[in-house]
Design a protein around this ligand. Sequence first.
Ligand code: ZN
Length: 269
Amino acid sequence: MYLDFHAHFNSGDPELVKKFVANCERNGCRAAMSGGLHYGGHDFLPNDEVIDFCKRYSDWLVPLVKVELWDAPPDLDALRRWADRGAKGVKCIYPYYPYDHDLYMPLYEECEKLGLPMLFHTGNYRPNEEDMRARRPTLKNMDPLNLDRPARSFQKLRIVVAHLGTTFWRTQAAELVKMHANVYADLAGSGSWMALSAEEVASLLRPPVLLCGDNTKFIAKLVLGTDCYVTIPRIQTEGILHYRQILSKIGVSQEIHDAVMGGTVESWF
Ligand SMILES: [Zn+2]
């Protein structure tokens, strides 16, 4: 069974959700779903509704909650309530300050305490109407290097660098994965799983020394994340195909293949 750690709950239409779940079933892939209101020009499903849908389809859907990182301290009471209701992880994106701001540290501490892995958007983010109101340094706030502070401060917190930094910060994202035992990455989105060749992935995640040693030990820190949407389930199908091709061309063991395609994240849940 695969597990897709990066899926968006962008519609509460029961028919579309049913079709999305049917596609997960065909792919043999559970999906960790995140919603979240009012960020970066988008409105996804509220966290509580995400949790409700995931309960209804608990064989296939796992709830993550989107926690707002804005100019006030994150709401830890809400986080604990969502965790009590079954949330299995946290998604962060489009922060007001960089991810390593003092204001956000208590959230990371609490996630570590609750054993909730965190998925952070990094890199490219299309300009949108909200940008004109917020006037924030959106890309710089989502530079993967901002994840160094949470990673080293909370070493039991599992951090997933979504999109491996995108083309803005590939090297930095890969180096973080190699340096921090608790940092992982996904190749979410066609801009990553389709755009990155197996050779590039292998080169980015190659150990810096001992070139004839174990060249796949950092590949094992990738996790499946497709960036699919409830309204566009085929992205999951295509993402799985590309992940399998990349892993197959790199020549990873069955054990690493299984870990990347879901085993690692499953063990966190
Ligand atoms: Zn995404």
